[in-house]
Design a protein. Structure first.
Length: 262
């Protein structure tokens, strides 16, 4: 694990496309300076990365982009969410902070200490979280100018079995969970996702979706949907190789992109 000069990447799509495939949790990379603040041993950290990483979701998004009739844009986090989680916010709701899962995690998926209790999150937020948020905001703003609208499709995955950190994981665990927002997820987007993926459920075991704060609750031209894929449908858990399900899911995601690009 070494220092990474480019912690995130905006990968160009068709200039006409309103779609951004957002992939925030696919990477395992942790810069050495950040690793120094993590209390887990090397083997323990690798096991934690197996559980917390949305493995192969960047490959699913890449394959889907190549299959789509109008290539979407992709915004991909190149660093592990153990550096910062770009989909949390520094003022995250109390229950997430209590679980050690705010913008800077302090506990693992199984409730063990990840960082010392007195660790200061501010330097990581300033170094990694804030530039990511600004860049994602610019990416959405550019789609609004170019296409008149922006569609953020969040590409995630989740364990087939509930992990201890899940606060609301007692519900169904469908092959694909669709996370929604009452303001930013219009019925047409939801219908297109259901058509593309087949067996789905709404907001279980995870709910909500990601919209940069500048637009959240203010700009209906920014629509958003979280696509949470159950890992046993495309890979060996935890942290293992991808299987043939990856291609099928990429094809489904490309179908969703095409449906909302029209």
């Amino acid at each position: 694990m070494t220092d990474t000069p480019h912690p995130f990447a905006l990968l160009s799509g068709d200039g006409r496309s309103p779609v951004i495939l957002h992939v925030p949790h696919s990477a395992r990379e942790i810069p050495d300076a950040v690793r120094a603040g993590i209390v887990l041993g090397d083997e323990e950290l690798e096991r934690e990365l197996d559980h917390i990483t949305d493995a192969h979701t960047a490959e699913i998004a890449e394959a889907a982009a190549g299959l789509a009739g109008v290539m979407p844009w992709r915004f991909v986090n190149r660093l592990s969410r153990l550096v910062v989680d770009p989909e949390r916010f520094p003022d995250e709701r109390e229950e997430m902070l209590a679980a050690g899962m705010g913008a800077v995690y302090t506990r693992t998926t199984h409730g063990r200490a990840l960082r010392p209790g007195e660790a200061d999150a501010a330097p990581l937020v300033e170094r990694y979280f804030e530039p990511y948020a600004r860049a994602m905001t610019r990416a959405v703003a550019d789609r609004l100018v170019a296409a008149g609208r922006a569609v953020i499709i969040d590409v995630h995955s989740y364990s087939s079995r509930r992990l201890p950190y899940e606060l609301h994981g007692e519900g169904p665990r469908p092959p694909v969970c669709l996370g929604t927002d009452s303001f930013h997820t219009p019925p047409a987007l939801l219908d297109a996702a259901r058509e593309a993926f087949g067996e789905t459920a709404l907001d279980t075991p995870f709910g909500g979706t990601y919209v940069p704060l500048e637009f959240y609750g203010k700009r209906p031209e920014v629509s958003a949907l979280m696509v949470e894929i159950r890992r046993d449908t495309y890979m060996t858990e935890p942290g293992g190789p991808a299987g043939p399900g990856l291609e099928r899911l990429a094809t489904a995601l490309a179908g969703l992109v095409d449906a909302v690009s029209r």
